[in-house]
Design a protein around this ligand. Structure first.
Ligand code: G3P
Length: 214
């Protein structure tokens, strides 16, 4: 499974990139709004740090506008994937952009039918938001299972990015299903590494090392 970082923060991206496990980055307007760097400079710098796909969201709503905005975003760096919300206008734009070879990440996916349509239009990625479904008492991970089954049934190569991840268990369950990618906030990425028994074990080994005859 590939690990993307769900952030627009350069310090977080540089840090996780240094761990040697980072495959890409996803941003959205809310994440970019938290940063003080000018939008285009931010996107270029993220794309320089991370060689894998960097998702950047289009905010236009009509397909001709989405298409021209996406083309501009795609020119910022070779590894840009344009994020387009799933709507009818979005589908028209996804189809046109994919014909041009632009990587599209279809975002704000909340149903398997939306994922299937995005894949048919040629999207490279679909991003189902599981945490936001959990937030309204639905089962976000059940959506991942449905999409994975449908994509397997038809040998669809569109990759599933499990998004809106809230905790490490989401990552483990996505991996058990066989999702292609998890996009993970920095706080959860950090929690994935830690275990109290590891900390206790390190402390004990260090203490005992002090008693070893050298
Ligand atoms: O990648 C999508 C993600 O940023 C949404 O997460 O926590 O706002 O639901 P959240």
């Amino acid at each position: 499974m590939k690990f993307f970082l769900d952030t627009a923060n350069l310090d977080e991206i540089r840090d996780v990139a240094s761990w040697g496990i980072l495959d890409g980055v996803t941003t959205n307007p809310s994440l970019c709004a938290k940063e003080s760097v000018r939008f285009e400079d931010l996107v270029k710098e993220i794309s320089r740090i991370v060689p894998g796909p960097v998702s950047v969201e289009c905010v236009s709503e009509k397909s001709p506008d989405i298409i021209s905005e996406a083309r501009k975003l795609a020119k910022l760096a070779k590894n840009i994937a344009v994020k387009i919300p799933i709507t009818i206008e979005g589908l028209k734009a996804i189809y046109a952009l994919c014909q041009e070879g632009i990587m599209v990440n279809t975002t704000l996916i909340f149903s398997a039918s939306q994922a299937l349509l995005a894949a048919k239009a040629g999207a490279k990625f679909v991003s189902p938001f599981i945490g936001r479904l959990d937030d309204i008492s639905e089962e976000g991970m059940a959506l991942i299972e449905e999409i994975a089954t449908i994509f397997d049934n038809y040998r669809i190569t569109t990759e599933i990015i499990v998004a809106s991840i809230r905790h490490p268990r989401h990552v483990v369950e996505a991996a058990l299903i066989g999702a292609d990618i998890c996009t993970i906030p920095y706080s959860v990425m950090d929690k994935l590494v830690r275990h109290p028994l590891t900390d206790i074990g390190i402390e004990k080994f260090l203490k005992d090392w002090g008693k070893v005859k050298k």
